[in-house]
Write a protein that binds this ligand. Structure first.
Ligand code: CUA
Length: 364
């Protein structure tokens, strides 16, 4: 088919854009590059991956070259025979192409299995941070239970702070569907499966922010189920922990309590004043200490939070239309407080939203 000139140009431009996007995605500093390990666990995977990649490239080139070579050598020639001379049952060939791949696979298997066991080893000792990771629809909850490094339990979401040069042993659970926890620069993926506790260990060498994502399709907003791991020096991490262990920045009483516990019943799903507790939705006691919300999709600021509080389903795909109807129907996510309001329930005013956001931002 002949493509008209203008069509070809558009096609070429499209190809260029796609190529640029592909290359940008491979960029070194996107915070999510599994080829750029930032800790010992990701390094172990890289140490396995690179030699096997080289081996695979050598084999790939050899096979492709042989294919092209034989295709040319035995191509159909004018006046020649339709088929080259047929051979069948060459014992040396048969043995050769059985043994060589078996040997290659055996060579690859040894370091692969060793690495799998190495990564799965449970780290021990007082210098290990235990974190329970819960996959939710669609956000991540992080619980730091009381342990040698944590004198009072802390619950947070979307952003996990960890001290550098410390093994962080994750216990991963889900009370809904299957998710997959992945911070490419710190370790490989681990599925988070309902009814099971899976484990994974991450560790960062240097301070930095490492992007993570859910790597298993888990519903409408799977693509918006991101998170950050923020690695800090021990001193900075302890400061963060002490901050999280405090009560809310503003007293949760009087008007704000009336709005959030009674009028709009935010507390049906959220905890607003105690960072040790979990509920259906994210613990919001120290929301203002984070940089993003809604599965890491939106930056935390007054405008975004106000829009969210009033009409969250307009910002992320959610099946939450009936979430304000008791008893909680089959709903996932946060209901709108300005649209589809059930009979007898209040529509949220801008003024009330402002008051709630002021509380969430830790302002007085
Ligand atoms: Cu959770 Cu995809």
């Amino acid at each position: 088919m002949r493509v008209p000139k203008i069509g070809r140009r558009i096609r070429r431009a499209g190809l260029l854009v796609a190529l640029a996007a592909l290359l940008a995605a491979c960029g070194n500093e996107n915070g999510q590059n599994s080829l750029d390990p930032k800790g010992p666990y990701a390094q172990k995977i890289d140490n396995l991956f690179i030699p096997i990649l080289i081996l695979a490239i050598v084999i790939g080139i050899a096979v492709l070259s042989a294919t092209v070579f034989f295709a040319l050598k035995f191509r159909h020639r004018e006046g020649g025979p339709d088929n080259p001379k047929q051979i069948h049952g060459s014992t040396p060939l048969e043995i050769g192409w059985t043994i060589v791949p078996a040997l290659i696979l055996a060579v690859v298997a040894v370091p692969t299995i060793a690495t799998i066991f190495d990564l799965a080893k449970k780290p021990t000792g007082p210098n290990v941070l235990q974190v329970t990771v819960s996959g939710k629809q669609w956000w991540w909850q992080f619980e730091l239970p009381k342990q040698p490094m944590v004198d009072k339990k802390v619950v947070t979401s979307t952003e996990l702070h960890i001290p550098i040069n410390t093994k962080v042993y994750l216990s991963e659970v889900s009370d809904n569907v299957i998710h997959s926890f992945w911070v490419p620069e710190l370790n490989g993926k681990k599925d988070v499966v309902p009814g099971r506790t899976n484990h994974n260990t991450i560790e960062a060498d240097k301070p930095g922010t490492f992007l993570g994502a859910c790597a298993e399709f888990c519903g409408l907003s799977h693509a918006d189920m991101r998170f950050r791991v923020i690695a800090e020096t021990k001193v900075d991490w302890q400061k963060w922990l002490a901050g999280q262990q405090q009560g809310p920045a503003q007293d949760w009483s009087g008007h704000i309590k009336e709005l959030t516990a009674t009028k709009y019943a935010c507390t049906n799903c959220h905890i607003l004043n105690d960072s040790t507790k979990v509920n259906y939705g994210p613990n919001l006691t120290h929301l203002h200490s984070r940089t993003t919300f809604a599965g890491g999709t939106y930056e935390i600021n007054r405008k975004n939070l106000t829009n969210w509080v009033m009409n969250a389903p307009a910002m992320i795909a959610m099946a939450s239309k009936d979430c304000r109807l008791p008893p909680p129907a089959t709903c996932v996510g946060m209901p709108s407080f300005t649209k589809n309001t059930p009979k007898g329930q209040p529509v949220m005013t801008k003024e009330d939203a402002d008051t709630i956001v002021t509380y969430l931002l830790g302002e007085k």
